[in-house]
Design a protein around this ligand. Structure first.
Ligand SMILES: Cc1cc2nc3c(=O)[nH]c(=O)nc-3n(C[C@H](O)[C@H](O)[C@H](O)COP(=O)(O)OP(=O)(O)OC[C@H]3O[C@@H](n4cnc5c(N)ncnc54)[C@H](O)[C@@H]3O)c2cc1C
Length: 362
């Protein structure tokens, strides 16, 4: 059976890797870009994402590329700060250029045909309306199943609801002072509530700094960024050099999982709006949905299409609904005076414990 995967981010590349190991399908992984390519992303991998890398057998490839994180410098809306300690190496930062390429090239080593520079423009349909492949306007690749993994801007979304988005802006610096080794920084600043600004170290020298903010905010993004960074880094930036220009991209999230399957196609990752509304985490959700798709293809096959579609819809609901509800609850809580009050007590050990737990589980 032929499977076409549109998009080689963590969703598409992971699905390709997991499917390639089944050794039963002819798989083509398509991306408009050439890899490695820069992706606008904080590049933080949560503990659940690391554990998925372990399950996929890529943990040992990824570990040497990772900046290991064991704690978080937290700043609440009141400006109170605390250093929260987690498990040593419990989270990783791996720049996405490397991370995504490693997964896609691993899939290629297992026999996937990885076509770069292929920009899909149309999902090709048969006379009954079933997705039967993909085209870039010049060439059509026929497929028995198409996995749509083209990310936040998905041009093939099957979900007709209005998109809910987090706006972002980020950049990369070297030489920021006072970065605590092994620690990320998150600033839950009122200006961008319910979201936050961050500093994530990629190496001992280089950090990425960004903000998540409301898309309807009328102020120019760089001004919001400047205000947050001044407040939280201030003089720590005076000897720092910006090493890569600003980049912004939306994060698409959903309050309720929408349509993720249609005859001949499954949607995975951010193309299916599978991200965490509170934290903006999307890599885990992308990879996990790719793994779920691959497992169900192995179990149900492709020819009995209806069983596969129903099983995939159900599995995605089961895997993510509770997590999304928790994320939405946290996001709403982060916008209340109660959050501000709780985090103003962040120096108190039981509050620290509760907050560490909440951030780990959201
Ligand atoms: C500023 C920012 C910071 C973030 N920080 C984090 C973080 O620290 N941790 C975390 O877990 N998540 C983070 N996220 C979210 C995360 O980046 C995404 O949720 C994740 O990349 C989704 O993976 P994906 O594979 O679904 O899509 P993507 O990673 O977007 O991959 C989609 C791929 O499809 C390709 N493509 C698109 N259109 C076409 C087409 N027509 N034809 C062919 N190819 C196409 C693209 O080139 C791309 O390679 C962040 C997002 C942003 C914007």
């Amino acid at each position: 059976m032929r499977i076409a995967i549109v998009g080689a981010g963590p969703a598409g590349a992971t699905a390709a890797l997991a499917l390639s190991r089944q050794g039963t399908h002819e798989i083509v992984l398509l991306d408009r870009d050439s890899f490695p390519r820069v992706k606008t992303c904080g590049s933080a991998l949560s503990p659940r994402c690391i554990s998925l890398c372990h399950t996929l057998g890529i943990e040992t490839t990824m570990a040497p590329l990772a900046y290991p994180v064991s704690g978080l410098r937290f700043t609440g809306p009141s400006g109170r700060q605390a250093t929260l300690t987690g498990k040593a190496g419990g989270a990783w930062i791996i720049p996405r250029a490397r991370f995504d390429a490693e997964i896609a090239f691993a899939a290629e080593r297992f026999g996937v045909r990885f076509e770069q520079g292929f920009k899909a423009t149309t999902l090709v349909r048969d006379p009954r309306g079933r997705v039967a492949g993909v085209s870039d306007g010049q060439r059509t690749l026929e497929a028995d199943l198409t996995l749509v993994a083209d990310g936040a801007h998905s041009r093939f979304s099957s979900d007709l609801r209005k998109k809910r988005q987090i706006a972002t802006l980020m950049g990369w610096w070297e030489g920021v002072e006072g970065v605590l080794p092994g620690h990320m920084e998150m600033w839950f600043d009122r200006r961008v509530a319910p979201w936050y600004g961050w500093l994530f170290p990629e190496t001992t020298e280089r950090v990425n700094i960004g903000i998540y903010y409301r898309p309807e905010d009328p102020v120019p993004p760089k001004d919001i960024f400047g205000e947050i960074v001044d407040r939280h880094l201030g003089r720590r930036l005076r000897k720092a050099t910006q090493v890569q220009k600003y980049r912004g991209a939306p994060i698409v999230y959903t309050e309720e999982i929408g349509e993720v399957a249609a005859p001949g196609a499954l949607w995975i990752g951010e193309a299916a709006r599978l991200t965490n509304a509170a934290t903006g985490e999307g890599i885990f959700y992308a990879m996990k949905s790719g793994v779920i798709a691959a497992e169900l293809i192995a179990r149900h096959g492709i020819t009995d299409g209806d069983r596969l579609l129903t099983a995939y819809r159900t599995a995605i609901q089961r895997a993510f609904t509770a997590r999304f509800l928790l994320a939405l609850g946290f996001m709403r809580f982060a916008n209340t005076p109660a959050f501000s009050l709780l985090t103003s007590l962040v120096a108190v050990p039981p509050v620290q414990k509760t907050l560490t737990w909440a951030l780990e589980h959201v």
